[in-house]
Design a protein around this ligand. Structure first.
Ligand code: ZN
Ligand code: FE
Length: 256
C-alpha cells in the first residue's frame, strides 16, 4: 500500500486540521477544517487537491470552514449520520463500522458519543492512524457536553481496543495542559512522567506533541484507565466500577 501522507495544520488557538493524502491516487481529505483560508493556503503550498472532508463532530472549531471549502473545491463532505443536521453540506452519512475510502486507503468509522451525541472517529487501519476529534486527547479526553460518563467510557474503550502502535491525531493541542492533572491524580506514574517530558520538549521546540502513540496513552492517560485498580486506589475509589471512576475523574478535571 502506498503511503498515507499526513500534514498537521495548527489553526485557531489550539486546534489541528489534518490534511491527509493517498500518495498513489492523490485523493486528499481534510479532517475537521475549522477555517477555510489557512486550509486552502496549505493545500496550495503542498500542491494537494482536496477530494474529501471528514468531520468528527459538529462544533464550530471543527466544521467552521466546511461550507466555504466545499464551495471552492467541490469536495465530498463526510460526517456522522446521527448528526447529519449539524454537519454543513454533508454528502455522505456514516455510522459505526462503515468504511470510508481515500484512494487505496480506507478508514473504519467508530461512533464515539460523549463529547457530542453524534461524534465519530476515523481509523485508518492500514496506515495505523486514528483521527479522533475531541473524544481522546493525549493525557485527556473531551468534555461531556452531550453525553453521559457511561457513553464516553464506552467510546474510549473502543479506541483503547486499537493496537498500541496506532498514532492518535487529536482535535486539539492540549497535551502539556493535561500533564499536571494526570500527575495530580498519580504522582508516581512513570508513563505520565515520560509522556510529560516528551511533550514538554516538543512544546519548547515549537513542535506538535501529536500524534500520540496509543500504547503510551493506554499506560498514562487517566481517562483510558478508569478500570485500573491502581488508578481507582489513587483517587480513593478502590473497588468501584469503571464508569463511576471515570465520572469522578472527569468531574475533577472540569474543576481542576
Ligand atoms: Zn468539540
Ligand atoms: Fe474542539
Amino acid at each position: 500500500m502506498a503511503d498515507l501522507d499526513i500534514h498537521l495544520l495548527p489553526v485557531l488557538s489550539d486546534n489541528y486540521v489534518y490534511l491527509i493524502r493517498d500518495a498513489e491516487s492523490g485523493a486528499c481529505a481534510a479532517v475537521d477544517p475549522a477555517v477555510a483560508g489557512p486550509v486552502m493556503a496549505a493545500l496550495g503550498r503542498l500542491g494537494w487537491h482536496l477530494s474529501h472532508i471528514l468531520c468528527t463532530h459538529h462544533h464550530a472549531d471543527h466544521v467552521g470552514g466546511v461550507a466555504e471549502i466545499k464551495r471552492a473545491t467541490g469536495c465530498i463532505v463526510i460526517g456522522a449520520a446521527a448528526d447529519a443536521r449539524r454537519i454543513p453540506g454533508i454528502d455522505v452519512r456514516v455510522k459505526e463500522g462503515d468504511e470510508v475510502a481515500l484512494g487505496g486507503h480506507s478508514a473504519r468509522v467508530i461512533e464515539t458519543p460523549g463529547h457530542t451525541s453524534g461524534h465519530v472517529a476515523y481509523w485508518f487501519e492500514g496506515a495505523g492512524a486514528l483521527f479522533c476529534g475531541d473524544t481522546l486527547f493525549s493525557l485527556g479526553c473531551g468534555r461531556l457536553f452531550e453525553g453521559t460518563p457511561a457513553q464516553m467510557w464506552e467510546s474510549l474503550l473502543k479506541l483503547r481496543a486499537l493496537p498500541d502502535d496506532a498514532r492518535v491525531y487529536c482535535g486539539h493541542e492540549y497535551t502539556n495542559d493535561n500533564v499536571a492533572f494526570a500527575l495530580d491524580l498519580e504522582p508516581r506514574n512513570e508513563a505520565i512522567k515520560r509522556r510529560g517530558a516528551e511533550a514538554q520538549a516538543l512544546g519548547e521546540a515549537g513542535r506538535p506533541t501529536l500524534p500520540a502513540r496509543l500504547g503510551d496513552e493506554k499506560a498514562a492517560n487517566p481517562f483510558l484507565r478508569a478500570d485500573d485498580p491502581g488508578l481507582k486506589q489513587a483517587v480513593g475509589l478502590a473497588g468501584r466500577d469503571a464508569v463511576e471512576v471515570f465520572a469522578a475523574i472527569r468531574r475533577r478535571k472540569d474543576e481542576f
